[in-house]
Design a protein around this ligand. Structure first.
Ligand code: THU
Length: 135
């Protein structure tokens, strides 16, 4: 599975987005180290704040299936610039993905931007910080 194929999978997943409020459809495709791809799309709610982003849906699907080793994450939307994960998703990505894992952001125009998990959330608060608490 190359980057172009992973982007195609994210675009395919975007077709399942449930976004009647924002009308901003997002797709994500998470490549696990074993080669399995977990798709995610944003799922909104009339109570807006319980909306879940495409990235978190993909990650939680994999985790709930017992898969926790990841190799790359692609995310796509129909936007002017490649869609960039929100702050909440960055925190979840930082918790579950290797620091140097590739994040591939894209849009329907074919613009692609790549970065790492660390680029998305430098100085992330993490489980290591909790382990340093004594008393
Ligand atoms: N959204 C995502 O699913 N992923 C992103 O990276 C950016 C934002 C969703 C959340 C909401 O359903 C809609 O896009 C508008 O914010």
């Amino acid at each position: 599975m190359d980057i172009e194929q992973l982007i195609q999978e994210a675009k395919r997943s975007r077709g399942n987005a449930y976004a009647p409020y924002s009308k901003f459809l997002v797709g994500a495709a998470l490549l696990a180290k074993d080669g399995t791809v977990y798709l995610g799309c944003n799922i909104e709610n009339a109570a807006y704040s319980v909306t879940v982003c495409a990235e978190r849906v993909a990650i939680f699907k994999a985790l709930s299936e017992g898969v926790s080793e990841f190799a790359a994450l692609a995310v796509t939307a129909d936007a002017d610039r490649p869609v960039s994960p929100c702050g909440a998703c960055r925190q979840v990505i930082a918790e579950h993905c290797p620091k140097n894992m590739k994040i591939i952001m894209s849009n329907s125009k074919g613009n692609i931007q790549e970065c790492t998990v660390m680029d998305l959330l430098p100085f992330a608060f993490s489980r290591e910080d909790l382990n340093e608490q004594h008393d």
